[in-house]
Design a protein around this ligand. Sequence first.
Ligand SMILES: [Zn+2]
Ligand SMILES: [Zn+2]
Length: 312
Amino acid sequence: MNDIQITFLGTGASIPPPNRFQSSIAIRHKGGLFIFDVGEGAQYNLRKFKVPLRKEITIAISHAHADHYQGLGGLLASFNLLDRKEKVTIIGPPKFEEILKLLLTALQVQVSYPLVFVPMNPGDTFKGNGYSLTAIKALHFNNSLSFRWQEDPYPGKWDTTLLEKYKVPNKDRKQLKLGNSITVEDGTVIRPEDIIGPEREGRSIVYSGDTKYNPSLIKFAHKCDVLIHEATYPSDDIEQGQKREHSTVREAAMVGRLAKADITLLTHIGTQILNFKKEKEMLKSITKALFTFDGFVFKIPYEKVGKNLQPQ
Ligand SMILES: [Zn+2]
Ligand SMILES: [Zn+2]
């Protein structure tokens, strides 16, 4: 219960290898459905992998390369057919708003529900329901973003032994919750910090979008629960990666290692990666990292709450 569930809907690069659609990642959390990028095939895989739509849907587009939004027009059109009434929020680089308008015009889609566009620049924060989304500049073409999805903090845990010892009545518990001290029957004064533990950090997911090796991303992803990093090129193809502003498998894993991410999940897999066995061997020596595939599911359990620190 209350797990955060990440479903990879598309894990291929712009020319997707067989069995991989283009970039799209769905996150189910208690507040709703959040989607990073909507590449070609995302809608198909939402259904195939049984990701239910929610009243609250928020979509973040990392950048305006077609492989990251080719599925968006179709998805927004389908919401019409499904008679959706609830708002859909789309977050993206400011210039994406124009593309979105053109897309809907070209497809002749008139949405029957409120569609809200939220422009996002590096350094901006979007406040969602139970989480916040922040962005930094990705080292890719202009206006490309990397995102951090950060669950809101949870209140501290109560010391149940003390609660019982002093038989704290409900009305006094409320006062403690509000930050006020109380005096119990035997005259002892209890301050909130005596009985309520420190606030616990929520869970976090960092998504690189498309980027070449980015030292700033290491700091941004510090101690995240999950780093989702693009890995377009084989580890020995650094030159191509630099030239085309993408990462190799090894570079992606190094970001995960240096950021101390609990796990690094590799996506945006290019057709040039052929020897997966060799790459997997290499990954073992660097960090806990996995190649994802369409339909790959990763859960962040509730137990992870309070385990990690905010980025420094
Ligand atoms: Zn891409
Ligand atoms: Zn791109």
